[in-house]
Design a protein around this ligand. Structure first.
Ligand code: MSP
Length: 518
């Protein structure tokens, strides 16, 4: 009788779609890398995965940026969107789709959602008089302002215009009921309380169209108005699955949706989005996770301070893997963190070059020199050998738990217990000394280490795809043996070490120009 495991549930992972008003910075890279780590992990673990990212191209902020650049809106968004696509590639993120809100498929979805809300009686015409922050593309109430600015520090403008409203007030109780019934819906713990407080303090109907400018999706049947950019943008998550068509992607992936975002935009995802979905009769995403905010050397990043971290600088200097490693390893996912050249360099040298790079280097070059590049078979395993070889599957199990909790920073930390153990094993077994005293034992020690290096490289693929692939290629591990199922099913016997063993993370000083160029 063959036992088949039940199929793993589909997972849909999204980043926010990025505004194309400016060039990408570390904040954008952070959400993309986090989402990519999660997506790659789930894929290797046998889940069907869809990973979506893209660009948010409408609204007053983008229109003003195009004007400032002296370009037509479409030409401007085409150009800037391309930069985000390039960043995605440079980061070695592998999304299944990249959506742009100026695409016809997106416009159709927004138009249909609008019509649905209108047919169901959730929209009405009124007059908005209040504060608006173009930088945040958000409305603020008088009481929310701090010293005449938005709570985010953005400038506000007084807006008085006819617009369409969404009956958000009707969703106050349904949202509170939903939060109560799904306490784990938002991570990290504590963030849910923010939503509960905001909604409990009273929801006003939301202005969902603007008439003062034209760069947006026209309101169906009212061409003088464009759809509010947040209603437009949030719809990307279902537009990319084919909505309004009842596609298999919508049926399979939407229930498994996990939205990642920065804490500054949790309110839009945790209040407005579920209200729109409830109003349209659509199911809600499975989970939201709001990560923290990066500062630079303890200061808020801003163009005027000239201290914005440009991902391209760090990637070209240290490589995408090191940049990904730093972002995920350095800061507990969900908390704020500080980006400094010193801490980056420290992690590069200590974690990557020293712990992991050296392990690979010293074991594999020894194998090349003394075993003709062949990872030897293992014989007469000692309890210590077995203990080391058995660590990998347990670590995978632990990491799964962390990923279920979106505790991404725990992932590298946990894999490092194996890296450290392997280094300790080399030091205590001393294969170089065994070469003369007990060559058979030396062969087994190298065999154990080769297998453990494969396990580590397999485990590290979602975090550092480039260097892991390099190690797995050197050891000639077949493509289909690089999944978590093979790691759990028994250690893959690594093939020959091909060619010269070059350092995974060569020595580097910090970059000369660590700030973003205009
Ligand atoms: N377009 C909206 C999202 C619409 S999603 C339906 C938007 N775009 S954004 O480009 O301004 O921001 C995108 C992401 O970058 C947000 O998750 C935001 O939190 C993140 N970050 C921007 N600056 C950041 C830091 N300094 N640190 C960490 N992340 C920050 O909002």
């Amino acid at each position: 009788m063959t036992v088949t495991c039940p199929p793993k549930p589909p997972v849909y992972i999204t980043t926010p779609i990025y505004y194309v008003n400016d060039q990408p910075h570390v904040g954008h890279a952070y959400t993309s890398v986090a989402a990519d780590v999660l997506a790659r992990f789930r894929r290797l673990d046998g889940h069907p995965v869809r990973f979506l990212t893209g660009t948010d191209e409408h609204g007053q902020k983008v229109q003003r940026s195009a004007e400032k650049a002296g370009e037509k809106e479409q030409a401007f968004v085409d150009r800037v969107s391309e930069r985000f696509r390039t960043l995605t590639r440079d980061l070695h993120c592998a999304p299944d789709d990249f959506i742009r809100t100026t695409e016809p498929r997106h416009r159709q979805a927004v138009t249909f959602l609008w019509q649905t809300l209108q047919e169901k009686g959730w929209l009405f015409r009124g007059t908005y008089a209040g504060w608006y922050a173009v930088r945040d593309e958000a409305f603020y109430q008088e009481g929310e302002l701090v010293h005449g600015k938005a709570p985010t520090g953005a400038d506000v403008e007084w807006v008085e215009e006819d617009s369409w409203f969404f009956r958000l007030s009707a969703f106050q109780q349904p949202l509170l009921d939903f939060y109560r019934q799904n306490p784990g819906w938002v991570g990290p713990e504590g963030r849910m309380q923010e939503l509960v407080s905001f909604v409990s303090s009273g929801l006003k109907d939301l202005s969902v169209s603007r008439g003062a400018f034209s760069w947006g999706i026209p309101v169906p049947g009212d061409e003088g108005q464009v759809v509010y950019v947040w209603m437009d943008a949030l719809t990307n998550y279902i537009a990319a699955l084919g909505y309004p068509a009842a596609t298999p992607a919508m049926a399979d992936f939407w229930p498994g949706a996990v939205h990642l975002m920065g804490k500054d935009i949790l309110r839009f995802h945790g209040v407005y989005w579920p209200a729109f979905l409830m109003a349209a009769g659509l199911p809600l995403p499975r989970r939201l996770f709001a990560h923290g905010w990066w500062t630079r050397d303890g200061q808020k990043m801003s163009k005027s301070l000239g201290n914005v971290v440009d991902p391209a600088v760090w990637i070209s200097h240290y490589g995408a893997d090191a940049f990904r490693w730093f972002l995920i390893r350095h800061v507990p996912f969900g908390q704020d963190g500080d980006f400094s050249a010193e801490s980056f360099q420290h992690r590069y040298v200590c974690d990557l070059a020293h712990d992991w790079g050296n392990l690979v280097q010293r074991v594999l070059s020894f194998v090349v020199r003394h075993q003709g590049g062949q990872i030897p078979p293992v014989h007469d395993l000692t309890p210590r050998d077995k203990e080391l070889l058995d660590l990998g599957p347990g670590i995978l199990q632990q990491v799964r738990t962390w990923m279920d909790q979106t505790a991404l920073h725990r992932y590298p930390e946990t894999v490092w217990t194996l890296v450290r153990e392997a280094n300790r094993y080399v030091d205590e077994q001393k294969p170089w000394a065994l070469r003369t005293t007990d060559p058979a034992r030396m062969a087994t020690v190298l065999g154990v280490l080769g297998r453990v290096i494969v396990q580590i490289a397999v485990l590290l693929q979602p975090l550092m795809p480039v260097s892991s692939q390099k190690v797995l290629d050197m050891l000639a591990v077949p493509e289909d043996s690089r999944t978590f199922a093979t790691l759990e099913g028994g250690v893959v016997c690594p093939g020959p070490v091909g060619g010269e063993v070059t350092p995974l993370f060569p020595a580097r000083d910090g970059p000369a120009t660590p700030v973003q160029q205009a």
